[in-house]
Ligand binder design. Structure first.
Ligand code: 8YV
Length: 325
């Protein structure tokens, strides 16, 4: 019998590819770039499964193009706002994601950004490299304390919890807000649930850990920035559109907040040009899960989901459970 066919839209770590190759005929996008729309529509045709990335727009046209043989789109990421879940469910295509394995890496990167902004690491590094460190100056690169300050967590799911856990080492007070109370974060970390306004006005550091939904789009905009402390730092490792990027530029320019650490952008890979020249902003290119271990584990979850689904079993991490009933 012919082997089932799996398409991978962009090269991912070898372990996942090798695992899939033990079972299926695997084709991978050979180019080091996101597939163009017409390429994606062509490549998914006749596949039994597709392993896609958050940079692929999987809408009803793509799902339709894949055809009736296709059982699963396994998304390489925990977020799946790139996929039309309703359209997939209508076609009884299973959608999976990669939760759990990237909690630490994402929380670590959020901390890296928080610290880099607070201690002005990037600007200080550039200054030193450029040979500008000619004499020590007591007023040079004054940053902001972290220990003992108040952390404001927006979204207390797995990644938010993990981020807050690390705040304990800095003796921080932890405030959180979100759709629902989380007794685990309250009992284990002493976090206090507050409304959005209280969080924004009391936190020294605000970190975003919510999925992108209509209700979280521009969750932080002009009004929210005006409520924040002038000394505060905002960190975003969730999804770009959660922050209104133009409002962020304005808030930074007007000194409504002290700084920002960003991994994600509203119109990725484009970035508001003014952010590029601001000294109090640290920007990285969506690398929160970019460690060898984490990216390998994400690939293995996606690969195992495909193996299970194409053997008639339930996947480990389905996001449209209705299809399994
Ligand atoms: C990845 C992410 O970089 O998991 C997510 O939702 O945004 C990141 O971990 C991305 O998914 C890679 O496709």
């Amino acid at each position: 019998m012919d082997k089932k066919k799996v398409y991978i839209t962009r090269r991912i770590p070898d372990e996942a590819i090798e695992l899939l190759e033990e079972h299926f005929h695997v084709e991978i996008n050979p180019q080091d770039r996101v597939l163009l729309r017409e390429e994606l529509l062509e490549k998914v045709k006749g596949m039994d499964a597709v392993l896609c990335l958050i940079t692929d727009n999987i809408d009803s046209e793509v799902l339709e193009a894949a055809g009736t043989k296709c059982k699963i789109f396994a998304n390489y990421g925990v977020g799946y706002n790139n996929i039309d879940i309703v359209a997939a469910t209508e076609r009884r295509i299973i959608i999976t994601n990669t939760p759990g394995v990237l909690d630490d890496a994402t929380a670590d990167l959020a901390w890296t950004l928080l610290m880099a902004v607070s201690r002005r690491i990037v600007a200080a590094d550039k200054f030193t490299r450029n040979g500008a460190f000619q004499s020590w100056d007591p007023m040079m690169f004054l940053g902001r304390d972290i220990t003992g300050k108040t952390l404001g967590l927006i979204g207390a799911g797995r990644i938010g919890f993990n981020f807050a856990k690390k705040a304990k080492a800095f003796d921080m007070k932890i405030l959180y807000t979100g759709l629902r109370h989380n007794s685990k974060i309250e009992n284990e970390l002493g976090a206090i649930y507050v409304d959005k306004e209280t969080l924004l006005s009391e936190a020294d550091f605000v970190s975003l850990h919510v999925p992108l939904l209509p209700s979280t789009t521009h969750y932080i905009s002009d009004l929210e920035f005006s409520m924040m402390k002038k000394t505060s730092v905002i960190v975003n490792t969730s999804r770009g559109p959660v922050i209104d990027e133009k409002a962020l530029v304005k808030a930074l320019k007007q000194g409504e907040i002290w700084g920002a650490g960003l991994d994600v952008y509203e119109n990725e890979p484009e970035i508001e040009p003014e952010l590029l020249n601001m000294y109090n902003v640290v920007i990285v290119p969506h690398i929160a899960s970019a460690t060898m271990e984490t990216r390998t584990n994400m690939g293995l979850i996606a690969a195992r989901n495909i193996i299970k689904v194409l053997s008639g079993e339930k996947p480990d991490t389905c996001v449209n459970m209705q299809v399994l009933k």
